[in-house]
Structure formats: structure tokens, C-alpha cells
Design a protein around this ligand. Structure first.
Ligand code: PEP
Ligand code: MN
Length: 358
């Protein structure tokens, strides 16, 4: 029998599959922790694990960088008082040692650490021979290999209970999100590592309170295994990430109204109507693939021709016209501009690859 993961939630009857982690962005004072945690227990009894940052990796210096070591016992004591385990972020071997010594139950590696194989390896070495569940946030850049590499380093240290946390990805462009979700990345992680629990952190994706509920629901719709939500008894006064934290009362409301529909529908005949749709989709997918293959073969021939005639591979005017035509078609047929643009960029890149190689 497969050992149930630390992060699979079977005890939670209200939200069957969501493993919920809540607590403030940062530990600020002993009272702030105690008050936030007592209220979490009161308003959101579904919560499975508490969180608080003790050492804070801030993008710019001279802002609040965490209370440090002395907050460890505040957090552990506040957790014990409500009978809940606690978790913190670690970014180096010394953090691991201090956290375990203080009795912290679960550790996580933050986005700014996952980007560095040196840091991850340093943490992995400190974890050898230790039995503690570890959560690994995605790196700040949208790089699945780097995320998987960090997971593998921790696995190789012998850690058994591992979960990934999706917290979105930095982008230079301003978007409605603080960190762009790129849902396709955690979805691909799940495809490659189906047994690995993936928890969504809507707080760092959204960056603002009003996005927590829709993002949490979106995560459930996409089959995530849990949520990590920053929760503070007085969010507006928080010393870090004030705009994205919610009250324990609000957390309780969000968790109660969450639709956790995790029903699998993989067997043929189970839902005949769904089967009909899926047969149609499979037929169209095959057709799309055949057309793409045909398109790439023509690209290749064009490549040979261009080489013979000394014509440049990339023709900016021709490309601009192609995109314009595709966007106009998309607009008339209810296909979003971003979707069409990204699709055509992918196709164009592949064409250029082919023409460069041929
Ligand atoms: C956090 O969880 O408070 C944090 C710093 O997150 P991230 O590593 O996702 O930025
Ligand atoms: Mn935070």
C-alpha cells in the first residue's frame, strides 16, 4: 500500500482534499502570532498546518527582514496551544538546524532559494537523516526544470514527505497578478510527478486580498491538493505583504464556500455524454497535429529555398502580416489575443528552428 503523504488530507471532511496551511506572512510579535493563530483555530478549523516567516527574504534591503531566531519559540508555543503543527521558511543549513531544534514541524524552501542549486543543496545536506516534511516553492522564474531539480535534491537527501508549492512567477510586465500563475507549469509538474502533492499559494500569486477567493477556487478546479493562505488578525497593520493577507474570519468563509470537486472522470462509459465530447476532441487534436506536421514540412522546404536564393530566414514584414491575420481571425471567432499570439509565436519559433537546421 502507498503510504499516505503528510500533505494528503483525509481527516478533513468539509473540504475533502484540500490540505490547508494558514498564518501570517511574518512573525512580528508574540501577541500577533498568538492572536492570529487563536483566531485561525476559531474561524477556520479546517486548517491543517500553521505558517509564519521568521527569516524574510526581501527583494530590497532595509525593509523588515524578519524577527529571526527568537520568534521560533513564539510560533511553536502558539501552535502547541491550539494543537496544530507549525511551518517556517528556511534558506540555509543554520535555519534548518535552529528550526528543528526549536520543534518546528514542517519546513519550506522559498522561491528565491529554489532558484539556486547551491542553496537547495546546502539545505538538502542539512536534512540528511532528519525526518521532517518539506515544501518546495517554485523558483521565481518560470522554469520547471529548476523546480524539479530542487525537489530531486531534497528527495536525494532521503526526505520522504515532500510537497510542491505553486506561488506564481515574476514578470517584468505589470499584470493583474503580483506573480503570474502560468498554470501550465504546475499542471506539467503534476503530469510528470502525479504522486507529488501540489499546494497553491494564492496570496503570493494574487498580491491582493480580493484575489484570494477566486484563485483558491481556481486551484481546486485544477486539482491542486491544498492551499497556503497568508492570514493575519489585522492584515492592514502587517509588517510585510499587508495588501494580500486576510483575516482568519475571511479565511473561514473562503474555505467553507470552496467547491472541492475532485471527482475523477477517466473511465470510458462512465459518462457517455463526456465520452462523445472527448472523442470529438481527440479527433480534432489529431487533425491539428497532422496540420502542424504538414505546415512544418512546408517550412522546411521554404528553408531550403531561402538558403538557395540567399533570403533571410526571418522576414519581419511577412511575420507581422501573419500575426495580424491570425489575430483578426481569432477576434471573429472568440479566441483571445494572448492565446493566438502565444500559439503563433510557438509555431513561428519551431519554423525558424526547422529552417535554421535544414
Ligand atoms: C512567503 O511565503 O512569505 C514568501 C516569502 O514567499 P515566496 O518565497 O513565495 O516569495
Ligand atoms: Mn509573504
Amino acid at each position: 500500500m502507498v503510504q499516505p503523504s503528510y500533505f494528503s488530507n483525509t481527516a478533513n471532511t468539509q473540504n475533502k482534499k484540500a490540505f490547508v496551511i494558514a498564518g501570517p506572512c511574518s512573525a512580528e510579535t508574540e501577541e500577533q502570532l498568538r492572536e492570529s493563530i487563536t483566531q485561525i483555530k476559531q474561524y477556520a478549523p479546517q486548517v491543517n498546518l500553521l505558517r509564519a516567516g521568521i527569516w524574510k527574504p526581501r527583494t530590497r534591503p532595509n525593509s523588515f527582514e524578519g524577527i529571526g531566531k527568537k520568534a521560533l519559540s513564539w510560533l511553536v508555543d502558539a501552535g502547541r496551544a491550539v494543537n496544530l503543527p507549525v511551518s517556517i521558511e528556511v534558506a540555509k543549513a543554520q535555519h534548518v538546524e535552529d528550526a528543528l531544534h526549536a520543534g518546528v514541524d514542517v519546513l519550506w524552501i522559498g522561491a528565491r532559494s529554489t532558484v539556486s542549486p547551491f542553496i537547495v543543496q546546502d539545505i538538502a545536506d542539512a536534512l540528511k537523516g532528519v525526518h521532517v516534511p518539506i515544501m518546495i516553492k517554485n523558483p521565481i522564474n518560470p522554469d520547471l526544470s529548476l523546480w524539479m531539480g530542487a525537489i530531486e535534491r531534497i528527495e536525494q537527501a532521503g526526505v520522504k514527505d515532500i510537497a510542491a508549492i505553486h506561488r506564481g512567477f515574476s514578470s517584468y510586465n505589470k499584470t493583474m497578478y503580483r506573480n503570474v500563475p502560468h498554470w501550465e507549469i504546475p499542471i506539467e509538474l503534476k503530469r510528470q510527478r502525479p504522486e507529488l502533492p501540489i499546494i497553491c499559494d494564492p496570496s503570493h500569486i494574487g498580491g491582493q486580498r480580493n484575489l484570494i477567493a477566486p484563485l483558491s477556487q481556481q486551484a481546486m478546479n485544477l486539482h491542486f491538493d491544498g492551499l497556503m493562505i497568508e492570514t493575519h488578525y489585522d492584515p492592514a497593520k502587517a509588517w510585510s505583504d499587508a495588501a494580500q493577507q486576510i483575516t482568519p474570519e475571511k479565511l473561514g468563509e473562503i474555505l467553507t464556500s470552496l467547491q472541492v470537486e475532485q471527482k475523477e472522470a477517466n473511465q470510458a462509459d462512465e459518462y457517455p455524454q463526456l465520452d462523445t465530447y472527448r472523442t470529438a476532441i481527440d479527433r480534432l487534436d489529431n487533425y491539428i497535429l497532422e496540420l502542424l506536421a504538414e505546415r512544418m514540412n512546408i517550412s522546411q522546404e521554404i528553408g531550403d529555398f531561402k538558403r538557395l536564393e540567399n533570403i533571410a530566414i526571418h522576414q519581419p514584414k511577412r511575420w507581422a502580416a501573419t500575426v495580424k491575420r491570425a489575430l483578426a481571425f481569432g477576434k471573429n471567432n472568440g479566441l483571445s489575443e494572448t492565446f493566438i499570439l502565444e500559439l503563433f509565436q510557438k509555431i513561428h519559433n519551431e519554423s525558424i528552428e526547422r529552417q535554421s537546421k535544414s
